[in-house]
Design a binder for this molecule. Structure first.
Ligand SMILES: Nc1ncnc2c1ncn2[C@@H]1O[C@H](COP(=O)(O)OP(=O)(O)OP(=O)(O)O)[C@@H](O)[C@H]1O
Ligand SMILES: [Mg+2]
Length: 348
């Protein structure tokens, strides 16, 4: 391998598809590069193969990482197309690569500027990617581009709340759409999917890092912004970066209730609607059952200081379970069956 970074270029003996020598220069216009014209179905296959292959390498395999850099850099214009666009947030836009992967590109960058020649292919923390409900941790990071597991392969998904629209409160139309579409859909999701969500949160509670002063850092999804919890193909998926906290077991029953029942956008909460009391009671009960089975804490925290008030407002007399009783039962280590019986009786 002949690497010459001083001229902003490097040559690789091994190519992605064959053994021909490649000569990549970051200043080469992208439309002159060898992947131009690759068919969309081929694109996914070639990218998946390259991503899977670099994921198997270790940190010392510099050649593999440089090869990956070249492939992704050349193919980015074909990934960042309107057809592949999935959704955006405040900081980034997300494009489908394949059923397995997406590319998340920082806002303000296009296909020609998102990756620089000096960026190094990084394979970040693998612990989070092993959680099957979490899709927010990049499997690969390269400059201003991240490759993530694809949370919504069918592109058929709904955010648990309103979509991103800047720092504005939800409009009347958005509220109506949420009531008409989101609430009935969420109520129809099977209990098993709620259980999977709660189990994933319980797993996340076990992950922590130790700081220099020996204090521990735990992780929790940013549920103030509901574009981070999605329903896709009847399953709950978490995206976006996790928040760090010193609080032990930060993922609780409220980590489910807040996005699924209470919050609409960072600035707005749900409204009472008589017709939605029953579907909302279903969502509430499924969350209670799932959180109890996974033995999640029942605690509310300061982060969700208004949650109890809104729960009472939208559920009225259907909010018949005492969180305090459930909390005490958990602390007493009462068998899960007893706690489930308690929920079943209270929610009859
Ligand atoms: N791994 C993923 N798979 C599929 N879609 C994703 C994935 N990550 C993000 N998205 C889509 O992009 C949207 C925005 O993603 P995300 O919340 O991570 O954006 P952001 O710009 O980092 O942050 P913010 O939410 O703070 O605005 C999500 O609501 C989701 O629809
Ligand atoms: Mg987000």
């Amino acid at each position: 391998m002949n690497i010459n970074l001083s001229t902003n270029s490097f040559n690789l003996n091994k190519n992605v598809n064959n053994n021909k020598q490649l000569n990549l220069t970051t200043h080469t216009p992208k439309n002159n590069l060898k992947f131009k014209g690759i068919q969309p179905n081929e694109l996914s296959r070639v990218l998946d193969a390259n991503i899977d292959s670099v994921l198997k390498t270790n940190a010392f395999d510099v050649g593999a990482r440089m090869k990956f850099h070249k492939v992704i850099n050349e193919l980015l214009p074909q990934i960042m197309t309107p057809e592949n666009f999935i959704n955006k947030g405040r900081e980034s836009k997300v494009y489908k690569i394949s059923d397995k992967y997406v590319a998340k590109v920082k806002r303000g960058y296009d296909a020609n500027s998102a990756i620089h020649f000096y960026n190094f292919t990084k394979l970040p923390d693998k612990r989070f990617n092993q959680l099957d409900i979490y899709y927010g941790e990049p499997v690969i990071r390269l400059g201003n581009t991240e490759i993530l597991k694809n949370a919504t392969p069918s592109k058929n998904f709904i955010c648990c709340g309103t979509s991103y629209r800047g720092a504005k409160a939800a409009t009347i139309d958005e509220r109506a759409e949420y009531d008409k579409t989101f609430v009935p859909l969420c109520a129809s999701i099977p209990q098993e999917s709620y259980d999977k969500f709660a189990n994933g949160l319980a797993e996340l509670n076990k992950i922590h890092d130790m700081k220099m002063n020996l204090s521990k850092v735990y992780y929790t999804p940013d549920i103030i912004n509901p574009n981070n919890i999605l329903i896709s193909d009847n399953e709950f998926k978490i995206v976006d970066k996790l928040d760090k906290t010193k609080q032990r077991e930060p993922n609780t029953l409220f980590t489910m209730l807040e996005p699924l029942l209470i919050r609409l956008s960072p600035e707005s909460y749900v409204h009472y609607n008589e017709e939605l009391v029953e579907p909302r009671a279903k969502i509430y009960k499924k969350c209670l059952i799932a959180a109890t089975k996974a033995n999640l804490p029942i605690e509310n925290s300061l982060t969700y200081e208004y949650s109890d008030y809104y729960l009472g407002d939208i559920l009225k007399t259907r909010k018949s379970v005492s969180h305090e009783d459930l909390r005490k039962m958990r602390l007493r280590d009462e068998p899960i069956e007893n706690r489930l019986d308690y929920i079943e009786n209270a929610m009859k």
